[in-house]
Ligand binder design. Structure first.
Ligand code: VGL
Ligand code: ZN
Length: 200
């Protein structure tokens, strides 16, 4: 029963000082590095947007960051420009043990589709390929950590549970954006899908 640690978006733009900073985002880095040693496989994800990505408020005239718009696939929160391909903000936090990664998966690179989940883009059908990778390695259990709890981590956890993986989420190794109750909603949805929320 092989086990993967999947570390979601521990990037400069989601850490204090970044374009879409998550409070306490950098505090989880040492614990994530320690957890890497417990896993058979370590996957890092990287939010990786073109500069004109349609999840950016800057691409929508008259809209501001954190407004919600209707995209072809449903409602989409508009964000400040963040994690632009090749930028400093898109880089991993300098304390993260990137050398320990077996796979680095980039997501959100299609202009017209955002991708919170590490498994499916926000249209819920375009695959990132990660499930196939894990299946080929015989991985049936995953542990999730990273940023942000209520967006990319939660979407990844829910998709993984729906795909039939055993999913644990390390709440001590995640931090949330918490936009209009999004953390509570995410926690409820994860629990309903059988995601185990563990604190160590
Ligand atoms: C994320 C908002 C926009 C995340 C990524 O990593 O949770 N949130 N892009
Ligand atoms: Zn993003």
């Amino acid at each position: 029963m092989a086990h993967a640690l999947i570390v979601i978006d521990v990037q400069n733009d989601f850490c204090p000082g970044g374009a879409l900073a998550v409070a306490g985002g950098a505090d989880i880095v040492p614990g994530i590095n320690a957890a890497m040693a417990q896993a058979d496989c370590v996957v890092l994800t990287q939010d990786w947007h073109p500069a004109n990505h349609l999840s950016f408020a800057s691409q929508h005239a008259g809209r501001a960051a954190f407004d919600v718009v209707e995209m072809a696939y449903g409602p989409q929160v508009l964000w400040p420009d963040h994690c632009v391909q090749g930028s400093h903000g898109a880089g991993f936090h300098p304390g993260l043990n990137v050398a320990a990664a077996h796979l680095i998966l980039r997501k959100g690179h299609r202009r017209a589709i955002d991708s919170y989940s590490a498994f499916f883009e926000n249209d819920k059908t375009t695959s990132t390929g990660l499930f196939g990778y894990l299946q080929q390695l015989g991985i049936t259990q995953i542990t999730l950590a990273g940023l942000a709890t209520d967006f990319c981590v939660a979407y990844s956890a829910c998709d993984a549970a729906r795909l039939g993986l055993g999913v644990r989420l390390r709440t001590d190794l995640c931090r949330a954006i918490d936009l209009d109750g999004s953390l509570q909603r995410a926690q409820a949805e994860m629990a309903a899908l059988g995601v185990q929320l563990v604190s160590h």
